[in-house]
Write a protein that binds this ligand. Structure first.
Ligand SMILES: [Zn+2]
Length: 202
């Protein structure tokens, strides 16, 4: 991070919006309400002294990401909106496709990712499983008849990762039950065909 001497206006960056004013560091507070709990994160931004537009500079954005990630500490078992977004993006899913996989209504993922609402306990558990174990999301997607657009890419990542890890082959073969990329044909349990309006009100 660069230290800005606020006394020297010339040292302040030029506003990219109006190209007249200078950007002064300031903060804004973003509020989250995981299950009614109030979590505030102070985020860095810059304000133009001419046009009053806020601009978040790259270094400020980096610091903001760190601060946003740190709020996890207050969430208990709940997932951050970003965690849910990451899972969906990881497999190239659209929000509605993700909702179908997890048996939720059309707008559920938009609400989860924006933290307008939080998934209920069983959905949170399922999402956590899907994040930890690729086979879980693959099985859920198969049952829901939803394609995972980036499944092949993620399997390749996994293979590359495993190729890098030295494998221990000792006399006693203690095998790790790692998620395999092939999903055995299992009988699909009755995954809740939930009706509309699944969103949880906080
Ligand atoms: Zn400006």
């Amino acid at each position: 991070m660069t230290t800005i001497a606020t006394t020297h206006l010339d040292a302040l960056p030029l506003c990219p919006v109006c190209r007249r004013g200078r950007l002064h560091p300031t903060t804004r507070t973003e509020q989250f309400n995981p299950r009614g709990k109030k979590v505030e994160v102070e985020l860095l931004t810059s304000r133009c002294d001419a046009c009053a537009e806020n601009t978040t500079r790259a270094a400020q954005q980096d610091e903001n990401l760190v601060r946003l990630a740190a709020r996890k500490h207050h969430y208990g078992p709940l997932l951050l909106g970003e965690d849910i977004l990451d899972l969906r993006k990881r497999y190239g899913l659209k929000q509605q496709a993700a909702a179908k996989i997890f048996g939720k209504g059309k707008i559920a993922f938009s609400r989860y990712e924006n933290e307008a609402s939080y998934p209920d306990d069983s959905t949170t558990l399922l999402l956590r499983l899907a994040i930890d174990k690729p086979d879980v999301i693959k099985a859920l997607a198969d049952w829901a008849g939803v394609e995972l657009p980036l499944w092949a890419e993620r399997c390749e990542d996994d293979q590359r990762l495993r190729a890098r890890q030295p494998t221990k082959t000792g006399a006693t073969q203690v095998r790790n039950l790692k998620p395999s990329t092939t999903s055995a044909p299992r009988k699909a349990p009755a995954v809740g065909k939930s009706k509309a309006a699944p969103s949880v009100r906080v």
